[in-house]
Design a protein around this ligand. Structure first.
Ligand code: ADP
Ligand code: MG
Length: 171
């Protein structure tokens, strides 16, 4: 089994494909993220589940988080380890030659967290990526994905990964 798969990197702007409009914002890694590149040939495209943590970077801490307006500053609760679902797919923008990982953290954040560090631990596969006829079908499937993720992560063996040192060691 390739799991657990650890991913980390700075959150960057995605393609604005309407994640937020669907009630499912997805945090993107930079296109050259080496952890994502390492998954090529090891795993299928599709939807995965696992744990994720958003962490202020050292420069944000030193600058008093100057990159972010006060109302956008994350709370102590926001920076805990949360369940996540991840979509892994070939990026049509790069002629399907680049693998893209987008992570929806299952938590209501106080604001956006672009430029923050995102650490994720991928623990299992849910389903392949499908072509959806309509948005309702897509949203229904995303809701099911979240339930599957919650149920899997509630098992002790999976829950233990949320306390892994990977999430807590300094950058
Ligand atoms: P983009 O195309 O820039 O990725 P999205 O609509 O997918 O835009 O929104 C993603 C952004 O939303 C993330 O980069 C992050 O800053 C913010 N965000 C807020 N809440 C969440 C969440 N629960 N999961 C993922 N991203 C979130
Ligand atoms: Mg996104």
């Amino acid at each position: 089994s390739p799991y657990p798969i650890a991913l980390s990197g700075r959150v960057c702007k995605g393609f604005g494909r309407g994640g937020k409009d669907l009630g499912c914002p997805t945090a993107n890694f930079p296109e050259d993220n080496s952890d994502v590149e390492k998954m090529v040939g090891k795993v299928e495209t599709g939807v995965y589940y696992g744990w994720a943590r958003v962490i202020p970077t050292s420069d944000q801490v030193e600058n008093g988080d100057a990159a972010h307006s006060p109302q956008n500053r994350l709370s102590e609760f926001d920076t805990r380890v949360h369940p996540m679902v991840m979509s892994l797919g070939w990026n049509p923008f790069y002629k399907n030659e680049k693998l893209t990982a987008e992570i929806h953290v299952m938590h209501e954040f106080g604001g956006d967290f672009y430029e923050y560090e995102l650490r994720a631990m991928v623990l299992g596969y849910i389903r392949p990526e499908l072509d959806y006829i309509n948005q309702e079908a897509l949203i229904e499937d995303i809701d099911t994905d979240k339930l599957v993720a919650q149920n899997c992560l509630a098992r002790e063996a999976y829950r233990n990964f949320s306390e892994d040192k990977f999430f807590f060691e300094p950058s």
